[in-house]
Design a binder for this molecule. Structure first.
Ligand code: ADP
Ligand code: MG
Length: 615
Protein backbone atom coordinates (compact mmCIF):
# COMPACT_ATOMS: atom_id res chain seq x y z
CA UNK A 1 0.00 0.00 0.00
CA UNK A 2 1.32 3.39 -0.92
CA UNK A 3 0.10 6.09 1.39
CA UNK A 4 2.16 8.84 -0.22
CA UNK A 5 0.74 8.62 -3.74
CA UNK A 6 -2.66 10.19 -3.04
CA UNK A 7 -0.94 13.32 -1.76
CA UNK A 8 1.28 13.54 -4.80
CA UNK A 9 -1.71 13.23 -7.10
CA UNK A 10 -3.45 16.08 -5.38
CA UNK A 11 -0.65 18.51 -6.25
CA UNK A 12 -0.03 19.64 -9.81
CA UNK A 13 3.17 18.55 -11.54
CA UNK A 14 3.46 21.70 -13.59
CA UNK A 15 6.47 23.83 -12.70
CA UNK A 16 5.61 27.49 -12.19
CA UNK A 17 7.64 30.61 -11.51
CA UNK A 18 6.45 32.02 -8.15
CA UNK A 19 5.59 35.70 -8.21
CA UNK A 20 7.87 38.20 -6.48
CA UNK A 21 5.64 38.56 -3.43
CA UNK A 22 5.64 34.81 -2.78
CA UNK A 23 9.39 34.58 -3.36
CA UNK A 24 9.98 37.43 -0.92
CA UNK A 25 7.77 35.87 1.72
CA UNK A 26 9.71 32.65 1.41
CA UNK A 27 13.02 34.50 1.65
CA UNK A 28 11.70 36.35 4.69
CA UNK A 29 11.19 33.00 6.38
CA UNK A 30 14.95 32.59 6.43
CA UNK A 31 16.13 36.13 6.99
CA UNK A 32 13.52 37.37 9.45
CA UNK A 33 12.88 34.82 12.13
CA UNK A 34 11.54 37.22 14.75
CA UNK A 35 11.34 40.97 15.40
CA UNK A 36 14.92 41.00 16.66
CA UNK A 37 16.15 39.76 13.27
CA UNK A 38 14.37 42.67 11.58
CA UNK A 39 16.08 45.07 13.99
CA UNK A 40 19.40 43.42 13.26
CA UNK A 41 19.01 43.84 9.49
CA UNK A 42 17.90 47.47 9.78
CA UNK A 43 20.62 48.51 12.23
CA UNK A 44 23.22 46.76 10.08
CA UNK A 45 21.98 48.75 7.07
CA UNK A 46 22.36 51.95 9.09
CA UNK A 47 25.91 50.98 10.07
CA UNK A 48 26.71 50.11 6.47
CA UNK A 49 25.47 53.59 5.53
CA UNK A 50 28.11 55.10 7.83
CA UNK A 51 25.66 56.37 10.46
CA UNK A 52 27.12 57.78 13.67
CA UNK A 53 23.83 57.73 15.53
CA UNK A 54 21.11 55.14 15.38
CA UNK A 55 17.82 55.35 17.23
CA UNK A 56 15.50 52.37 17.44
CA UNK A 57 11.99 52.23 18.83
CA UNK A 58 9.59 49.32 19.05
CA UNK A 59 6.08 48.58 20.24
CA UNK A 60 4.57 45.28 21.38
CA UNK A 61 7.93 43.50 21.37
CA UNK A 62 8.51 44.65 17.78
CA UNK A 63 5.37 42.92 16.49
CA UNK A 64 3.45 46.19 16.39
CA UNK A 65 6.17 48.58 15.28
CA UNK A 66 9.89 48.80 14.66
CA UNK A 67 11.42 52.12 13.59
CA UNK A 68 15.10 52.66 12.91
CA UNK A 69 16.35 56.20 12.35
CA UNK A 70 19.92 56.87 11.23
CA UNK A 71 22.07 59.77 10.05
CA UNK A 72 23.89 57.79 7.37
CA UNK A 73 24.41 58.63 3.72
CA UNK A 74 20.81 57.92 2.74
CA UNK A 75 19.32 56.64 -0.52
CA UNK A 76 18.68 58.84 -3.58
CA UNK A 77 14.95 59.18 -4.38
CA UNK A 78 15.30 57.49 -7.76
CA UNK A 79 16.77 54.39 -6.11
CA UNK A 80 14.22 53.96 -3.32
CA UNK A 81 12.12 51.58 -5.38
CA UNK A 82 15.15 49.54 -6.30
CA UNK A 83 16.21 49.22 -2.66
CA UNK A 84 12.95 47.37 -2.09
CA UNK A 85 13.41 44.84 -4.85
CA UNK A 86 15.04 41.49 -4.31
CA UNK A 87 18.78 41.00 -4.91
CA UNK A 88 19.29 44.73 -5.27
CA UNK A 89 22.26 45.99 -3.29
CA UNK A 90 24.75 48.83 -3.40
CA UNK A 91 27.31 46.85 -1.42
CA UNK A 92 28.80 44.37 -3.86
CA UNK A 93 28.83 44.15 -7.62
CA UNK A 94 28.41 40.38 -7.58
CA UNK A 95 31.80 39.58 -9.05
CA UNK A 96 33.69 38.97 -5.86
CA UNK A 97 31.98 37.27 -2.95
CA UNK A 98 35.29 36.88 -1.13
CA UNK A 99 35.82 40.53 -0.39
CA UNK A 100 32.86 41.54 1.72
CA UNK A 101 33.44 44.43 4.09
CA UNK A 102 29.84 45.36 4.85
CA UNK A 103 27.22 43.69 7.03
CA UNK A 104 24.84 43.36 4.09
CA UNK A 105 25.48 42.05 0.59
CA UNK A 106 22.49 39.93 -0.44
CA UNK A 107 19.94 42.66 -1.03
CA UNK A 108 17.27 40.62 0.70
CA UNK A 109 16.36 42.35 3.94
CA UNK A 110 14.19 45.23 2.76
CA UNK A 111 12.11 43.25 0.20
CA UNK A 112 11.68 40.43 2.75
CA UNK A 113 10.47 42.82 5.43
CA UNK A 114 8.16 44.52 2.94
CA UNK A 115 6.67 41.13 2.14
CA UNK A 116 5.78 40.19 5.72
CA UNK A 117 4.66 43.56 7.08
CA UNK A 118 4.15 47.18 6.10
CA UNK A 119 7.45 48.90 5.39
CA UNK A 120 7.87 52.64 5.00
CA UNK A 121 11.27 53.81 3.79
CA UNK A 122 12.00 57.52 4.04
CA UNK A 123 15.43 58.78 3.06
CA UNK A 124 17.45 61.80 2.07
CA UNK A 125 20.65 61.13 0.23
CA UNK A 126 23.70 63.09 1.41
CA UNK A 127 24.02 66.22 -0.74
CA UNK A 128 20.42 66.07 -1.93
CA UNK A 129 18.04 68.89 -1.02
CA UNK A 130 14.91 66.78 -0.70
CA UNK A 131 13.77 63.55 0.87
CA UNK A 132 11.44 60.90 -0.53
CA UNK A 133 9.32 58.11 0.83
CA UNK A 134 8.06 54.77 -0.46
CA UNK A 135 5.72 52.35 1.23
CA UNK A 136 5.29 48.66 0.61
CA UNK A 137 2.63 46.48 2.18
CA UNK A 138 2.49 42.72 1.87
CA UNK A 139 4.84 42.97 -1.12
CA UNK A 140 2.94 45.73 -2.99
CA UNK A 141 4.90 48.97 -3.34
CA UNK A 142 3.21 52.38 -3.68
CA UNK A 143 4.84 55.07 -5.90
CA UNK A 144 7.71 57.13 -4.47
CA UNK A 145 6.54 60.49 -3.07
CA UNK A 146 8.36 63.56 -1.73
CA UNK A 147 8.79 63.67 2.05
CA UNK A 148 10.28 65.79 4.83
CA UNK A 149 13.49 64.55 6.44
CA UNK A 150 16.65 66.48 7.24
CA UNK A 151 19.19 63.68 6.83
CA UNK A 152 19.72 59.94 6.75
CA UNK A 153 17.10 57.24 6.63
CA UNK A 154 14.05 56.19 8.61
CA UNK A 155 12.73 52.67 8.15
CA UNK A 156 9.41 51.94 9.76
CA UNK A 157 8.03 48.44 9.93
CA UNK A 158 4.46 47.93 11.10
CA UNK A 159 2.52 44.75 11.72
CA UNK A 160 5.47 42.43 11.27
CA UNK A 161 4.32 38.95 10.20
CA UNK A 162 0.71 40.15 9.81
CA UNK A 163 0.98 38.73 6.27
CA UNK A 164 2.29 35.41 7.62
CA UNK A 165 0.10 34.47 10.59
CA UNK A 166 1.81 31.08 10.91
CA UNK A 167 5.06 32.81 11.86
CA UNK A 168 3.25 35.13 14.22
CA UNK A 169 2.09 32.13 16.19
CA UNK A 170 5.64 31.03 16.87
CA UNK A 171 6.69 34.30 18.44
CA UNK A 172 7.14 34.49 22.17
CA UNK A 173 5.73 37.02 24.62
CA UNK A 174 6.24 40.71 23.90
CA UNK A 175 8.64 40.80 26.80
CA UNK A 176 10.75 37.97 25.42
CA UNK A 177 10.80 39.45 21.91
CA UNK A 178 11.74 42.86 23.34
CA UNK A 179 14.55 41.18 25.22
CA UNK A 180 15.85 39.60 22.03
CA UNK A 181 15.80 43.04 20.39
CA UNK A 182 17.88 44.54 23.13
CA UNK A 183 20.35 41.63 22.93
CA UNK A 184 20.80 42.24 19.21
CA UNK A 185 21.33 45.94 19.84
CA UNK A 186 23.90 45.24 22.53
CA UNK A 187 25.96 43.00 20.27
CA UNK A 188 25.93 45.47 17.41
CA UNK A 189 26.69 48.35 19.78
CA UNK A 190 29.74 46.47 21.08
CA UNK A 191 31.18 46.21 17.60
CA UNK A 192 30.72 49.93 16.87
CA UNK A 193 31.78 51.91 19.94
CA UNK A 194 32.04 55.16 17.96
CA UNK A 195 28.34 55.07 17.04
CA UNK A 196 25.68 56.36 19.45
CA UNK A 197 22.69 54.05 19.97
CA UNK A 198 19.34 54.37 21.71
CA UNK A 199 16.52 51.87 22.08
CA UNK A 200 13.06 52.79 23.35
CA UNK A 201 9.83 50.92 23.96
CA UNK A 202 6.91 52.99 22.67
CA UNK A 203 4.18 50.43 23.31
CA UNK A 204 2.54 52.99 25.55
CA UNK A 205 2.40 56.04 23.27
CA UNK A 206 1.99 58.46 26.14
CA UNK A 207 4.82 57.00 28.10
CA UNK A 208 7.78 55.92 25.94
CA UNK A 209 10.44 54.09 27.91
CA UNK A 210 14.14 54.29 27.10
CA UNK A 211 15.60 50.78 27.21
CA UNK A 212 19.21 51.38 26.16
CA UNK A 213 21.37 54.41 25.59
CA UNK A 214 24.99 54.20 24.55
CA UNK A 215 26.86 57.43 23.90
CA UNK A 216 29.46 57.56 21.14
CA UNK A 217 32.92 56.61 22.45
CA UNK A 218 36.09 58.36 21.37
CA UNK A 219 39.76 57.43 21.66
CA UNK A 220 41.62 54.43 20.30
CA UNK A 221 40.17 50.96 19.81
CA UNK A 222 40.68 49.90 23.42
CA UNK A 223 39.48 53.19 24.92
CA UNK A 224 36.35 52.96 22.84
CA UNK A 225 35.78 49.33 23.68
CA UNK A 226 36.40 49.86 27.37
CA UNK A 227 33.79 52.61 27.50
CA UNK A 228 31.24 50.73 25.43
CA UNK A 229 31.69 47.40 27.20
CA UNK A 230 31.35 49.09 30.58
CA UNK A 231 28.11 50.66 29.42
CA UNK A 232 26.74 47.34 28.19
CA UNK A 233 28.11 44.77 30.64
CA UNK A 234 28.58 47.02 33.66
CA UNK A 235 31.89 48.44 34.91
CA UNK A 236 32.69 45.19 36.73
CA UNK A 237 33.51 43.40 33.51
CA UNK A 238 36.32 45.62 32.27
CA UNK A 239 37.70 45.94 35.81
CA UNK A 240 37.91 42.17 36.03
CA UNK A 241 39.09 41.51 32.50
CA UNK A 242 42.42 41.14 30.77
CA UNK A 243 43.10 43.18 27.68
CA UNK A 244 43.84 40.92 24.74
CA UNK A 245 45.75 42.08 21.69
CA UNK A 246 47.50 39.44 19.62
CA UNK A 247 48.25 38.67 15.99
CA UNK A 248 49.23 35.61 14.03
CA UNK A 249 49.46 35.02 10.28
CA UNK A 250 47.48 38.12 9.45
CA UNK A 251 44.69 37.34 11.93
CA UNK A 252 44.24 39.73 14.85
CA UNK A 253 42.51 39.08 18.13
CA UNK A 254 41.55 42.04 20.30
CA UNK A 255 39.18 42.60 23.17
CA UNK A 256 38.70 41.71 26.81
CA UNK A 257 38.54 38.35 28.55
CA UNK A 258 37.41 38.18 32.16
CA UNK A 259 39.40 36.61 34.97
CA UNK A 260 38.28 33.10 35.94
CA UNK A 261 36.80 34.51 39.15
CA UNK A 262 34.40 36.57 37.03
CA UNK A 263 32.93 33.51 35.32
CA UNK A 264 29.23 32.74 34.90
CA UNK A 265 27.05 29.71 35.48
CA UNK A 266 26.28 29.44 31.75
CA UNK A 267 27.86 30.47 28.47
CA UNK A 268 25.64 33.53 28.25
CA UNK A 269 28.17 36.35 28.32
CA UNK A 270 30.48 35.43 25.48
CA UNK A 271 30.45 38.06 22.79
CA UNK A 272 32.37 37.10 19.69
CA UNK A 273 32.85 39.10 16.52
CA UNK A 274 34.46 38.38 13.19
CA UNK A 275 35.38 41.45 11.17
CA UNK A 276 32.94 43.42 13.28
CA UNK A 277 30.08 40.98 12.73
CA UNK A 278 28.52 39.43 15.84
CA UNK A 279 28.70 35.65 15.45
CA UNK A 280 27.80 32.54 17.40
CA UNK A 281 30.57 30.36 16.18
CA UNK A 282 31.29 26.89 17.50
CA UNK A 283 34.94 27.09 16.64
CA UNK A 284 35.40 30.33 18.56
CA UNK A 285 33.27 29.29 21.54
CA UNK A 286 35.18 26.02 21.69
CA UNK A 287 38.50 27.84 21.57
CA UNK A 288 37.39 30.12 24.39
CA UNK A 289 36.40 27.14 26.51
CA UNK A 290 39.69 25.41 25.78
CA UNK A 291 41.67 28.51 26.74
CA UNK A 292 40.06 28.51 30.20
CA UNK A 293 40.20 24.73 30.54
CA UNK A 294 42.90 24.79 33.21
CA UNK A 295 41.49 27.57 35.29
CA UNK A 296 37.73 27.03 35.30
CA UNK A 297 35.71 24.06 36.38
CA UNK A 298 33.44 22.54 33.79
CA UNK A 299 30.32 24.12 35.18
CA UNK A 300 31.66 27.66 35.02
CA UNK A 301 31.84 29.66 31.80
CA UNK A 302 34.21 32.44 30.84
CA UNK A 303 32.97 35.95 30.11
CA UNK A 304 34.58 37.68 27.16
CA UNK A 305 34.14 40.17 24.33
CA UNK A 306 36.58 39.26 21.59
CA UNK A 307 37.05 40.58 18.10
CA UNK A 308 38.71 38.53 15.40
CA UNK A 309 39.84 40.55 12.41
CA UNK A 310 41.24 39.00 9.28
CA UNK A 311 41.44 39.75 5.57
CA UNK A 312 37.90 39.28 4.18
CA UNK A 313 39.00 36.54 1.79
CA UNK A 314 40.04 34.43 4.81
CA UNK A 315 36.48 34.04 6.00
CA UNK A 316 33.23 33.04 4.29
CA UNK A 317 30.33 35.06 5.72
CA UNK A 318 27.82 33.61 3.28
CA UNK A 319 27.13 30.34 5.09
CA UNK A 320 24.14 31.26 7.27
CA UNK A 321 20.82 32.94 6.39
CA UNK A 322 21.13 35.47 9.19
CA UNK A 323 24.92 35.63 8.76
CA UNK A 324 25.32 34.57 12.40
CA UNK A 325 27.91 31.93 11.53
CA UNK A 326 31.07 32.15 9.49
CA UNK A 327 33.59 29.72 8.08
CA UNK A 328 37.30 30.33 8.35
CA UNK A 329 39.65 29.22 5.65
CA UNK A 330 42.40 28.62 8.20
CA UNK A 331 40.38 27.58 11.20
CA UNK A 332 43.42 26.09 12.93
CA UNK A 333 45.20 29.43 12.94
CA UNK A 334 42.19 31.19 14.44
CA UNK A 335 41.65 28.57 17.12
CA UNK A 336 45.34 28.50 17.97
CA UNK A 337 45.46 32.27 18.23
CA UNK A 338 42.48 32.42 20.59
CA UNK A 339 43.68 29.56 22.81
CA UNK A 340 47.30 30.61 23.06
CA UNK A 341 46.79 34.34 23.54
CA UNK A 342 44.14 33.88 26.21
CA UNK A 343 46.14 31.20 28.03
CA UNK A 344 49.14 33.43 27.94
CA UNK A 345 47.22 36.39 29.30
CA UNK A 346 45.67 34.28 32.06
CA UNK A 347 49.02 32.84 33.07
CA UNK A 348 50.61 36.28 33.10
CA UNK A 349 47.83 37.44 35.39
CA UNK A 350 48.89 34.81 37.90
CA UNK A 351 45.52 33.16 38.00
CA UNK A 352 46.44 29.79 36.66
CA UNK A 353 44.69 27.24 38.80
CA UNK A 354 46.83 24.81 40.72
CA UNK A 355 46.60 21.35 39.27
CA UNK A 356 47.72 18.04 40.67
CA UNK A 357 47.64 16.23 37.37
CA UNK A 358 51.06 15.39 36.14
CA UNK A 359 52.43 14.52 39.56
CA UNK A 360 51.54 10.89 38.97
CA UNK A 361 49.95 10.77 42.41
CA UNK A 362 46.42 11.39 41.34
CA UNK A 363 46.24 8.26 39.25
CA UNK A 364 46.31 6.24 42.44
CA UNK A 365 43.20 7.95 43.74
CA UNK A 366 40.02 6.87 42.10
CA UNK A 367 36.35 6.99 42.80
CA UNK A 368 35.31 3.42 43.38
CA UNK A 369 32.26 3.75 41.15
CA UNK A 370 32.03 4.78 37.54
CA UNK A 371 31.17 8.45 37.61
CA UNK A 372 28.30 7.98 35.16
CA UNK A 373 26.50 4.97 36.52
CA UNK A 374 24.20 4.63 39.49
CA UNK A 375 25.59 3.12 42.66
CA UNK A 376 25.11 -0.59 42.58
CA UNK A 377 27.28 -1.80 45.40
CA UNK A 378 25.42 -4.23 47.59
CA UNK A 379 24.42 -3.02 50.99
CA UNK A 380 24.86 0.64 50.38
CA UNK A 381 21.32 1.63 51.06
CA UNK A 382 20.46 -0.68 53.88
CA UNK A 383 23.16 -0.01 56.36
CA UNK A 384 22.22 3.33 57.76
CA UNK A 385 21.70 2.78 61.46
CA UNK A 386 18.20 3.67 62.59
CA UNK A 387 17.54 7.06 64.07
CA UNK A 388 20.39 8.85 62.34
CA UNK A 389 19.33 12.25 61.12
CA UNK A 390 20.00 12.85 57.45
CA UNK A 391 23.06 14.87 56.54
CA UNK A 392 20.89 17.52 54.99
CA UNK A 393 18.82 17.89 58.10
CA UNK A 394 21.96 18.01 60.17
CA UNK A 395 23.57 20.63 58.02
CA UNK A 396 20.47 22.76 57.91
CA UNK A 397 20.56 22.98 61.65
CA UNK A 398 24.26 22.88 62.21
CA UNK A 399 24.04 24.99 65.33
CA UNK A 400 21.88 22.39 66.95
CA UNK A 401 24.82 20.04 67.10
CA UNK A 402 27.19 20.77 69.89
CA UNK A 403 30.30 18.88 70.86
CA UNK A 404 28.27 16.94 73.42
CA UNK A 405 26.17 15.15 70.84
CA UNK A 406 27.13 11.49 70.74
CA UNK A 407 28.43 10.21 67.50
CA UNK A 408 25.18 9.26 65.81
CA UNK A 409 26.56 6.84 63.26
CA UNK A 410 27.40 4.23 65.83
CA UNK A 411 25.03 1.34 66.05
CA UNK A 412 23.90 0.88 69.58
CA UNK A 413 25.30 -2.10 71.36
CA UNK A 414 28.13 -2.60 68.92
CA UNK A 415 31.25 -4.14 70.39
CA UNK A 416 33.77 -1.85 68.76
CA UNK A 417 31.91 1.19 67.48
CA UNK A 418 34.80 2.42 65.42
CA UNK A 419 35.40 -0.89 63.68
CA UNK A 420 31.70 -1.11 62.98
CA UNK A 421 31.65 2.31 61.33
CA UNK A 422 34.71 1.49 59.29
CA UNK A 423 32.83 -1.27 57.61
CA UNK A 424 30.60 1.30 55.95
CA UNK A 425 31.60 1.80 52.33
CA UNK A 426 32.67 5.37 52.96
CA UNK A 427 34.12 4.61 56.38
CA UNK A 428 34.29 6.78 59.46
CA UNK A 429 35.28 10.44 59.33
CA UNK A 430 38.70 11.12 60.81
CA UNK A 431 39.32 14.73 59.90
CA UNK A 432 38.35 17.71 57.87
CA UNK A 433 41.23 19.26 55.99
CA UNK A 434 41.47 22.63 54.29
CA UNK A 435 37.91 23.13 55.47
CA UNK A 436 36.63 21.43 52.36
CA UNK A 437 37.71 17.81 52.41
CA UNK A 438 36.67 15.06 54.74
CA UNK A 439 39.13 12.24 55.26
CA UNK A 440 37.49 8.99 56.25
CA UNK A 441 39.00 5.64 57.14
CA UNK A 442 37.48 2.56 55.57
CA UNK A 443 38.34 -1.01 56.48
CA UNK A 444 40.84 -1.30 53.66
CA UNK A 445 41.91 2.25 52.83
CA UNK A 446 40.89 5.86 52.99
CA UNK A 447 38.34 8.09 51.29
CA UNK A 448 38.57 11.82 50.62
CA UNK A 449 35.23 13.57 50.16
CA UNK A 450 34.67 16.97 48.58
CA UNK A 451 32.10 18.19 51.08
CA UNK A 452 30.59 20.83 48.88
CA UNK A 453 30.26 18.64 45.81
CA UNK A 454 28.83 15.79 47.85
CA UNK A 455 26.30 17.86 49.66
CA UNK A 456 25.25 19.56 46.48
CA UNK A 457 24.47 16.18 45.00
CA UNK A 458 22.44 15.14 48.03
CA UNK A 459 20.37 18.31 47.93
CA UNK A 460 19.82 17.86 44.20
CA UNK A 461 18.61 14.28 44.58
CA UNK A 462 16.32 15.40 47.41
CA UNK A 463 14.88 18.20 45.30
CA UNK A 464 14.22 15.78 42.46
CA UNK A 465 12.53 13.32 44.81
CA UNK A 466 10.40 16.04 46.41
CA UNK A 467 9.36 17.31 43.03
CA UNK A 468 8.39 13.85 41.85
CA UNK A 469 6.33 13.29 44.99
CA UNK A 470 4.30 16.37 45.70
CA UNK A 471 6.14 19.43 44.49
CA UNK A 472 9.07 21.07 46.20
CA UNK A 473 8.18 22.39 49.64
CA UNK A 474 8.82 26.08 49.97
CA UNK A 475 9.39 28.32 52.93
CA UNK A 476 8.05 31.82 53.23
CA UNK A 477 10.72 34.47 53.69
CA UNK A 478 10.02 36.52 56.81
CA UNK A 479 11.06 39.60 54.92
CA UNK A 480 10.59 39.35 51.14
CA UNK A 481 13.81 40.08 49.31
CA UNK A 482 13.84 42.69 46.55
CA UNK A 483 16.28 41.55 43.89
CA UNK A 484 17.49 43.77 41.06
CA UNK A 485 18.59 41.86 37.94
CA UNK A 486 19.39 42.68 34.36
CA UNK A 487 16.31 42.91 32.19
CA UNK A 488 17.06 39.64 30.35
CA UNK A 489 17.29 37.65 33.54
CA UNK A 490 14.20 39.32 34.92
CA UNK A 491 12.23 38.55 31.81
CA UNK A 492 13.23 34.88 31.65
CA UNK A 493 12.34 34.38 35.30
CA UNK A 494 8.94 36.05 34.93
CA UNK A 495 8.17 33.95 31.87
CA UNK A 496 8.85 30.82 33.92
CA UNK A 497 7.31 32.11 37.16
CA UNK A 498 4.46 29.64 37.44
CA UNK A 499 6.70 26.64 36.74
CA UNK A 500 9.30 27.88 39.20
CA UNK A 501 6.60 28.26 41.84
CA UNK A 502 6.10 24.50 41.64
CA UNK A 503 9.79 24.15 42.37
CA UNK A 504 9.37 26.15 45.55
CA UNK A 505 10.55 29.48 44.17
CA UNK A 506 7.92 32.20 44.39
CA UNK A 507 8.47 35.79 43.27
CA UNK A 508 6.64 38.58 41.54
CA UNK A 509 7.51 41.66 39.47
CA UNK A 510 8.53 44.65 41.55
CA UNK A 511 8.76 47.37 38.91
CA UNK A 512 11.62 47.98 36.51
CA UNK A 513 14.04 45.10 36.54
CA UNK A 514 13.35 44.15 40.13
CA UNK A 515 11.67 41.05 41.51
CA UNK A 516 10.21 40.50 44.92
CA UNK A 517 11.28 37.07 46.20
CA UNK A 518 8.73 35.64 48.63
CA UNK A 519 9.38 31.91 48.97
CA UNK A 520 12.39 29.66 48.44
CA UNK A 521 12.69 25.86 48.46
CA UNK A 522 12.68 24.87 52.13
CA UNK A 523 15.45 22.34 51.72
CA UNK A 524 17.93 25.05 50.77
CA UNK A 525 17.73 26.73 54.16
CA UNK A 526 18.92 30.32 54.15
CA UNK A 527 20.03 31.38 50.68
CA UNK A 528 21.39 34.43 48.92
CA UNK A 529 18.23 35.28 46.96
CA UNK A 530 19.97 37.43 44.39
CA UNK A 531 22.61 34.87 43.54
CA UNK A 532 20.00 32.11 43.40
CA UNK A 533 17.73 34.01 41.00
CA UNK A 534 20.62 35.14 38.82
CA UNK A 535 21.91 31.59 38.46
CA UNK A 536 18.48 30.19 37.68
CA UNK A 537 18.00 32.88 35.05
CA UNK A 538 21.27 31.70 33.52
CA UNK A 539 20.07 28.10 33.57
CA UNK A 540 16.88 29.16 31.81
CA UNK A 541 18.80 31.01 29.14
CA UNK A 542 21.10 28.10 28.52
CA UNK A 543 18.14 25.90 27.73
CA UNK A 544 16.31 28.40 25.54
CA UNK A 545 14.92 26.76 22.44
CA UNK A 546 14.99 23.27 23.92
CA UNK A 547 11.31 23.08 24.66
CA UNK A 548 9.58 24.40 27.73
CA UNK A 549 10.78 24.56 31.27
CA UNK A 550 10.05 20.86 31.68
CA UNK A 551 13.13 20.05 29.65
CA UNK A 552 15.23 22.37 31.79
CA UNK A 553 13.92 21.44 35.21
CA UNK A 554 16.94 19.35 36.10
CA UNK A 555 19.23 22.22 35.21
CA UNK A 556 17.19 24.53 37.42
CA UNK A 557 17.14 22.07 40.32
CA UNK A 558 20.86 21.57 39.94
CA UNK A 559 21.42 25.31 40.28
CA UNK A 560 19.17 25.40 43.31
CA UNK A 561 21.10 22.56 44.87
CA UNK A 562 24.33 24.46 44.47
CA UNK A 563 22.88 27.27 46.54
CA UNK A 564 21.67 25.04 49.31
CA UNK A 565 24.95 23.25 49.74
CA UNK A 566 27.57 23.47 52.42
CA UNK A 567 30.09 25.85 51.04
CA UNK A 568 33.69 24.86 50.94
CA UNK A 569 35.31 26.51 53.88
CA UNK A 570 32.72 25.58 56.47
CA UNK A 571 33.93 23.65 59.48
CA UNK A 572 31.99 20.46 60.13
CA UNK A 573 31.68 18.56 63.39
CA UNK A 574 32.30 14.83 63.62
CA UNK A 575 28.60 13.96 63.67
CA UNK A 576 27.95 16.17 60.70
CA UNK A 577 30.74 14.58 58.73
CA UNK A 578 29.59 11.07 59.46
CA UNK A 579 25.99 11.90 58.72
CA UNK A 580 27.10 13.22 55.36
CA UNK A 581 28.95 9.98 54.61
CA UNK A 582 25.96 7.85 55.59
CA UNK A 583 23.56 9.86 53.46
CA UNK A 584 25.93 9.61 50.52
CA UNK A 585 25.83 5.85 50.91
CA UNK A 586 22.05 5.91 50.87
CA UNK A 587 21.64 8.23 47.89
CA UNK A 588 21.81 7.02 44.31
CA UNK A 589 24.34 8.80 42.12
CA UNK A 590 26.04 10.44 45.07
CA UNK A 591 29.44 9.47 43.71
CA UNK A 592 29.37 12.35 41.29
CA UNK A 593 28.39 15.94 41.72
CA UNK A 594 25.78 17.59 39.50
CA UNK A 595 28.48 18.50 37.03
CA UNK A 596 29.91 15.04 36.60
CA UNK A 597 32.94 15.43 38.82
CA UNK A 598 33.55 12.83 41.52
CA UNK A 599 32.35 13.74 44.99
CA UNK A 600 34.94 11.50 46.60
CA UNK A 601 38.04 9.53 45.77
CA UNK A 602 39.24 6.36 47.41
CA UNK A 603 42.74 5.14 48.07
CA UNK A 604 43.12 1.50 48.99
CA UNK A 605 45.69 0.44 51.54
CA UNK A 606 47.40 -1.55 48.78
CA UNK A 607 47.71 1.66 46.73
CA UNK A 608 49.18 3.45 49.70
CA UNK A 609 51.66 0.64 50.16
CA UNK A 610 52.57 0.86 46.51
CA UNK A 611 53.16 4.60 46.84
CA UNK A 612 55.67 3.89 49.58
CA UNK A 613 57.37 1.16 47.61
CA UNK A 614 56.20 -1.55 50.01
CA UNK A 615 54.70 -3.55 47.17
P1 ADP B 1 21.82 44.66 1.60
O1 ADP B 1 22.04 45.30 2.92
O2 ADP B 1 22.18 43.23 1.60
O3 ADP B 1 22.43 45.43 0.47
P2 ADP B 1 19.07 45.42 1.99
O4 ADP B 1 17.81 44.86 1.44
O5 ADP B 1 19.23 45.38 3.45
O6 ADP B 1 20.25 44.65 1.29
O7 ADP B 1 19.20 46.90 1.49
C1 ADP B 1 19.17 47.17 0.10
C2 ADP B 1 19.91 48.44 -0.22
O8 ADP B 1 19.22 49.56 0.30
C3 ADP B 1 21.28 48.52 0.41
O9 ADP B 1 22.26 47.91 -0.41
C4 ADP B 1 21.50 50.02 0.50
O10 ADP B 1 22.01 50.55 -0.68
C5 ADP B 1 20.13 50.55 0.73
N1 ADP B 1 19.85 50.83 2.14
C6 ADP B 1 19.13 50.08 2.98
N2 ADP B 1 19.06 50.65 4.21
C7 ADP B 1 19.77 51.79 4.14
C8 ADP B 1 20.09 52.84 5.08
N3 ADP B 1 19.65 52.80 6.36
N4 ADP B 1 20.84 53.87 4.63
C9 ADP B 1 21.28 53.92 3.35
N5 ADP B 1 21.02 52.98 2.44
C10 ADP B 1 20.27 51.93 2.80
MG1 MG C 1 20.98 44.87 4.61
Amino acid sequence: MNIVAPYIERTSRTIRQLDAAAANRIAAGEVVERPASAVKELVENALDAGATRIDVVYAAGGKGLIRVTDNGHGIPAEQLGLALSRHATSKIDGHDLTNILTFGFRGEALPSLGAVGTLTLTSRAAGSDAAAVVRVRGGDAAPVRPAALSEGTVVELEGLFSATPARLKFLRTDRAEAQAISDVMKRLAMSSPAVAFTLADVSDRNNPRQVLRYDAQSGDLFDGLRGRLSAILGPGFVENALQIDAERDGVRLAGFAALPTFSRGAAVAQYLFVNGRPVRDRLLHGALRAAYGDVLSRDRHPVAALFVDCPPEQVDVNVHPAKAEVRFRESGVVRGLVVSSLKHALAAAGHRGATTTGTGMLGAFRPNIEPTGPIQSVGWTSRRPGGVPSATALLENAEMWSARVEQPVVTEGAQDPEKEAESFPLGVARAQIHQNYLVAQTDDGLVIVDQHAAHERLVYERLKAERARSGVASQLLLIPEIVELDSGACCRLLDAASDLAELGLVFEPFGGNALCLRETPAILGEVDGRALLADIADALEEGTGQGGLAARIDAVLSRMACHGSVRSGRRMSGPEMNALLREMEATPLSGQCNHGRPTYVELKLTDIERLFGRR
